[in-house]
Design a protein around this ligand. Sequence first.
Ligand SMILES: C[S@@+](CC[C@H](N)C(=O)[O-])C[C@H]1O[C@@H](n2cnc3c(N)ncnc32)[C@H](O)[C@@H]1O
Length: 277
Amino acid sequence: MTAAFALRDATARLAAAGVPDPARDARLLLAHALGIAPDRVLLALQDPLPATAAARFDAALAARAQRQPVSQITGQRLFWGRSFRVTADVLDPRPETETLIAAALQRPFARVLDLGTGSGAILLTLLAERPEATGLAVDLSPAALDVARTNAESLGLAERATFQQSDWLANVAGQFDLIVSNPPYIAAAEMADLSPEVRDWEPHLALTPGGDGLEAYRTIAAQAPAHLGPDGQLMVEIGPQQGQAVAELFAAAGLHTARILQDFDGRDRVVAAKRRI
Ligand SMILES: C[S@@+](CC[C@H](N)C(=O)[O-])C[C@H]1O[C@@H](n2cnc3c(N)ncnc32)[C@H](O)[C@@H]1O
């Protein structure tokens, strides 16, 4: 069987399973099965599909038909131009989180704290972009910390990144120029509306703190100011409807000049505030 025939079959199989963009995902999974970059698939289409690749493709399609995200099947996600290992223990880094990266890189920093690091995408990107900086990443999940450590190794950043299990800042010591976080922020009532890819496959600890979705911001607002150095900045990702509420939490915690920043689609996505000096 040629790869082209297998790809046509695969697209129909994913479409029948209700996968939203079956042709794109079939192509990505074929590339994964062949061990080639997605932009090389076209060149391989007229070749026969080797038996090992066919078996790999079949397993990947079966997983995708169960609505497992492509990134978990391939084990990779590109974020800010770098490849991160992704497993079912971590949030799949989202393009909108690049808004937080862009905002953080507007200012100098030497010491960074990333709260709820997951795959390590935020801390490791910031360290890669600022070769003099060092950082601490915390997460409640030991399995997520293992993934983040693997990413630090593969990106050559392990010497500048430390990882620690902590319930937000409970086990954190020291002061930082920059504290960043993309905490779980989906309200409990919104969980049922998520796509199966997110609701059934991503860790719930990464998605929701329960209740109104603001609990992590309350804790971070209460705990972070004591760990901000002079002129230190706190920056968090938010859901598009949460800007005002989070800015008010930060102001009530004694932080000032809270700004709400938009993502590439014009939605509120980041709240940034400074320590009052
Ligand atoms: C939305 S994910 C963000 C992951 C990653 N920073 C990113 O942006 O792709 C939230 C992360 O917070 C972690 N988390 C949830 N509750 C926590 C807590 N109480 N203390 C520390 N981390 C927590 C989760 O395990 C998860 O890795």
